[in-house]
Design a binder for this molecule. Structure first.
Ligand code: XMP
Length: 510
């Protein structure tokens, strides 16, 4: 399989570049610039290298640099933004700190004849975000595009297959960006488009048939997309040697536990053990109101239940984890402040000993995991499941958690989801749910005074859940949901809609 190296110099779009390459069915890997040498690049057999952008200036001593030998490997290079300046700098060009030349946003781009611009009109819009720029192209290079402020918006040395673009082809604002990437991949690097979900499924099944032959393999199934896809994939490879433990903590949405059990245990014939641990969890959560405390208790209890179950199973050789590529890239990047201690059912325990850990999805982005799920025949609603936090409804019941409150919330949440589905707007909202607040208020029903809970509805649109916008749901949907919830769920007398974005709020309330 042909592969492209995305050499990361700290740019904010590194993952996006890799995803854009992969969307052309060419496999791309991201490596930090200081973790791979030119020699290692050569040995790994990459068909091309993309230098990413970065926040720095090449003249900063602290800014990321690279061994100029990379230009002599005979492997094509495409430098983007800072990557373009670095390429020019390594090749002996001159970079200018461009006080007057800095550009930000949509910019008119004028291109010349070049293999990089096949199918790109002479004038088009690109996305710029830079202060420095390349003032004079290095020896052997020619200028193949400019803008009104930037004399070298793109440069090339066709004989060495070295290309640099000051703009960002990976963002959709660059109208012909994908075409430019395609030209680099296929016309410059000569890649074959053979990175496909079907071949991933086939080769993984073959690989695990051999690697895991005769071994007992354990997987913690949460019902989320990643662990579900991993389970179905491995089930195809090793059948009943795979044991999936599904810890039902009683904090699932309405009918969710049954759905997971019926679909995966029933339809897909996966060797599935459902542990009904509701009482254990609710016992431990009694009287607890602090959100972090709730999360910690659920995380710990989860591991305990899982351990107890694993012990009953006897000797297990391999633990499966649902790690995906963004987790791999993010790990080791330094810690940011803990806003919430996320508990992922996939990230399991140090305490049980296994000979081996297998991560069948560690090379995949989320959209590729979904594609693989589709390929494996998983139903649409499982593949396109919205994210659900590991601690489940515990972080959507504000204050103390009781079974009664959970039941109220489950009903309200189910109604909200039903109304969104009826309106046919599920795919335009990335996550939506109900929250049971700790607030009670006075209402009137018939001629009688009522005193019940307030439910908050939350719906967001987002690309990556790092930031999110509150969704502008149609009033009719909100009205219908509100009226049904207050009529059908006894104990809820008021419904409010959350109109806060992230930041400053988070998606979940706790
Ligand atoms: P926040 O609330 O941090 O949520 O803005 C961002 C996304 O993460 C989900 N979330 C979690 N996912 N374990 C998870 O696996 C957790 O503990 C957790 N807490 C929040 C949340 O639903 C949203 O999609």
């Amino acid at each position: 399989m042909d592969k492209i190296l995305v050499l990361d110099f700290g740019g904010q779009y590194n993952q996006l570049i890799a995803r854009r390459v992969r969307s052309e069915h060419v496999y791309a890997e991201i490596k930090p610039y200081n973790k791979i040498s030119p020699q290692e690049i050569k040995e790994a057999g990459y068909k091309g290298i993309i230098f990413t952008g970065g926040p720095n200036s090449v003249y900063d001593t602290a800014s990321p640099h690279y061994d100029p030998e990379v230009l002599e490997l005979g492997i094509p290079v495409l430098g983007i933004c800072y990557g373009c300046q670095l390429l020019a700098h390594l090749a002996g060009g001159e970079i200018t700190p461009a006080d007057s030349g800095s550009e930000y946003g949509k910019t008119e781009l004028y291109t010349e004849d070049s293999v990089l611009f096949g199918g790109v009109p002479r004038e088009s819009i690109c996305w710029m975000s830079h202060t420095d720029y390349v003032r004079t192209a290095p020896e052997g290079f020619k200028v193949i595009a400019h803008t009104d402020k930037c004399p070298c918006a793109a440069i090339s040395d066709d004989s060495r297959k070295l290309y640099g673009v000051q703009f960002h082809p990976e963002v959709t604002h660059t109208v012909y960006g994908q075409q430019i990437l395609r030209n680099f991949l296929f016309s410059v690097c000569g890649c074959k488009a053979d990175w496909k979900a079907e071949s991933f499924v086939e080769s993984s099944i073959e690989k695990y048939k051999t690697q895991l032959a005769g071994k007992r393999v354990l997987l913690a199934l949460s019902g989320g997309v990643d662990s579900t896809v991993a389970a179905v994939l491995l089930n195809k490879a090793i059948g009943s040697n795979l044991v999936c433990v599904f810890v039902d903590h009683g904090l699932m949405r309405k009918d969710e536990g049954d759905y997971v059990e019926q679909t995966l245990g029933g339809k897909f014939g996966i060797n599935l053990i459902r542990v009904n641990a509701e009482e254990r969890f609710l016992d431990r959560l009694k009287g607890v109101t602090d959100p972090e405390q709730k999360r910690k208790i659920i995380g710990e209890e989860f591991i305990r239940v899982f351990e107890d179950e694993a012990k009953k199973l006897g000797k297990i050789n391999v633990l499966v984890q649902g790690t995906i590529y963004p987790d791999v890239i993010e790990s080791g990047k330094g810690d940011s402040a803990v806003i919430k201690s996320h508990h992922n059912v996939g990230g399991l325990p140090d305490v049980i000993s296994f000979e081996e850990i297998v991560e069948p999805l560690r090379d995949l982005f989320k959209d590729e995991v979904r594609e693989v799920g589709k390929q494996l025949g998983l139903p649409h609603e499982l593949v396109w499941r919205q994210p659900f936090p590991g601690p489940g409804l515990a972080v959507r019941v504000i204050g103390e958690i009781t079974k009664d409150k959970l039941d109220l919330l489950r009903e309200a949440d189910a109604i909200f989801r039903e109304e969104i589905a009826k309106a046919g707007i599920e795919s335009s909202v990335n996550q939506y749910f109900a929250v049971l607040t700790d607030l009670r208020s006075v209402g009137v029903m018939g001629d009688a005074r009522t005193y019940g809970y307030t439910v908050a509805l939350r719906a967001v649109t987002t690309d990556d859940f790092m930031t999110a916008e509150w969704a502008r749901l149609p009033y009719e949907v909100l009205e219908k949901a509100s009226s049904r919830i207050t009529n059908e769920v006894k104990g809820i007398t008021r419904v409010v809609y959350d109109i806060t974005s992230k930041p400053p709020a988070t998606v979940e309330w706790e």
